[in-house]
Design a protein around this ligand. Structure first.
Ligand code: DHB
Length: 498
């Protein structure tokens, strides 16, 4: 009996000692008393007061302390019911350090609207850490997305301590950041990311969001080259390329119809959107965009390829008199009050010569090379940023489409294939394991040539077909840019959070 007692004590001591030796993972931290008061002066002079909670590390296994934290800004008057606006500053698939609110962009505007503002940092294709003397790239796909998901889980983890309604998280980003925003909306709670998040020490729990705002998302990277050459392949600029590049353009463009048809998309009227009618569909969206701008007073030059109705505007009768009727032989001319502003004849845009319009886009900014995205070692081309995004810890550039890998004399590894999937929102919409955001705001400028129109159109259409609300436009004459027309954005947000 005595021996048994002594043995038991010994075992307990041994257990305690091993527990003491094992380093305990530190828990996630949030101190509700750590807020620092500050203010932001908006462009109209209005001053917004808020409390800043900064350097909130959202994982426990911090790999890169420069990027894996976020800042939270709580405006005066915010409650647990206040929507949360999460702005990622990811650009170029690069790392992004958490900063502060900017009066000129959507972050400051969100604060001024009274929303809780969250700015997470995230690792990117450029970020490195030192292990001993060696340098490792630890931010390559899908690490930025994982960091952003971890930030969202952190908000839910401390839901009761941090003001703001985690059921009303609205994400916003531009370009690669727009891609991140689309991924946050399209991959909520998807189990594919779970083991990766666990390994990082992200909080357990949900990472779905309420709304995704995506400005010019550079996404669907594995189909971006075929879409680009399909759209721009017949522009004068492409026609003047050497024969070897022309051949690549042709090969890539030829892959696009099968891809479009594989998506099984439907137009808003329920009829199929496919390779046969896709060009016409784009044309109609561009015409709508130009018409909206024209209605708002913009001068749309017919030199861009537009044609206008012969009908001129009708001039209202003055003081009960008879309105100015069109004079004989002057049909199609605008009435006097509309002349002199470069106003085109006719109120309505009736057609668009797409070849001419695409050449106009290229005249404002040269196209990317061929291939535009997965270029590494294809016909001697250098690596793109995207090749870096799918690179490995050693900083190598890597092909991410089977076509380019074959051209470069290699093949895709399973690991790269999976990383490409994890970074493509199109793979997750309607896939069944995802809590998809119920609200979407997608913009791609009508002269943005950083990626082809079909990338944004397919994303918006697939989402609409999945039954979520999508506010989508190719805004007139916008180049590759974001956080514009903030009145329009924030009116939409006010509607959806009601
Ligand atoms: C961005 C722009 C690009 O043209 C691209 O290929 C990737 C990212 C950007 O601005 O984030």
């Amino acid at each position: 009996m005595k021996w048994l007692f002594i043995a038991s004590i010994g075992m307990l001591l041994a257990l305690n000692a091993s527990a003491a030796r094992k380093p305990r993972t530190p828990a996630l931290q949030f101190n509700p008393n750590s807020g620092v008061k500050a203010s932001l002066t908006m462009p109209d002079g209005r001053v917004v007061n808020y409390a800043a909670y900064t350097r909130l590390y959202f994982v426990t296994n911090i790999e890169d302390s420069t990027y894996q934290y976020m800042n939270v800004f709580v405006p005066e008057g915010a409650t647990q019911q206040t929507p949360i606006f999460l702005r990622t500053y990811v650009g170029g698939y690069m790392a992004s350090q958490a900063g502060g609110p900017q009066a000129e962009d959507a972050s400051g505007r969100a604060l001024a609207e009274g929303y809780v503002l969250v700015i997470p940092g995230s690792r990117g294709r450029s970020s490195t850490v030192k292990r001993g003397k060696e340098t490792f790239y630890t931010g390559r796909a899908p690490k930025a997305l994982l960091d952003l998901k971890a930030a969202i889980r952190y908000l839910r983890h401390f839901d009761r301590l941090i003001p703001g309604n985690t059921e009303k998280i609205i994400t916003d980003g531009t370009s690669a950041g727009g891609a991140m925003s689309s991924l946050l909306g399209a991959t909520g709670n998807n189990p594919a990311y779970e083991p990766l998040l666990k390994a990082m020490g992200a909080a357990d729990g949900r990472d779905d969001v309420f709304a995704s705002v995506c400005y010019c998302p550079i996404t669907d990277l594995d189909h971006a080259d075929m879409a680009y050459e399909w759209l721009y392949g017949n522009t004068d600029s492409r026609k003047s390329l050497p024969e070897s590049k022309r051949a690549l353009t042709k090969e890539l463009a030829a892959q696009f119809p099968a891809y479009i048809n594989s998506l099984g998309l439907k137009k808003p009227d329920g009829t199929p959107l496919n390779a046969d009618n896709y060009s016409e569909y784009i044309k109609q969206i561009i015409i709508c965009s130009a018409q909206e701008a024209k209605d708002a007073g913009a001068d749309i030059a017919d030199s861009l390829g537009f044609t206008f109705s012969a009908e001129a505007a009708f001039q209202a009768p003055i003081n009960g008199g008879v309105g100015l009727t069109r004079q004989e032989g002057r049909a199609g001319e605008n009435p006097p009050m509309m002349r002199g502003r470069g106003e085109r004849v006719g109120e309505y845009i009736t057609g668009l010569d797409m070849d001419r319009y695409l050449n106009y886009i290229v005249s404002t900014q040269p196209l990317k090379d061929v291939p535009a995205f997965d270029s590494y070692n294809v016909d001697g081309a250098p690596a793109s940023g995207e090749n870096g995004e799918f690179g490995n810890e050693r900083g190598s550039d890597v092909n991410f489409t089977a076509w380019a890998a074959a051209k470069a004399g290699g093949a895709l590894s399973e690991e790269v294939r999976e990383n490409v999937r994890l970074l493509n929102p199109m793979r997750f919409i309607g896939e069944g394991m995802t809590s998809i955001a119920p609200h979407w705001y997608i913009r791609h400028g009508a002269r943005d040539r950083d990626t082809a129109f079909p990338i944004a159109i397919n994303l918006a259409t697939k989402l609409e077909n999945a039954g979520v609300e999508v506010n989508f436009k190719l805004p007139w004459n916008r180049p590759h840019s974001g956080d514009y027309a903030l009145n329009e954005l924030f009116s939409w947000i006010a509607e959806i959070v009601k």
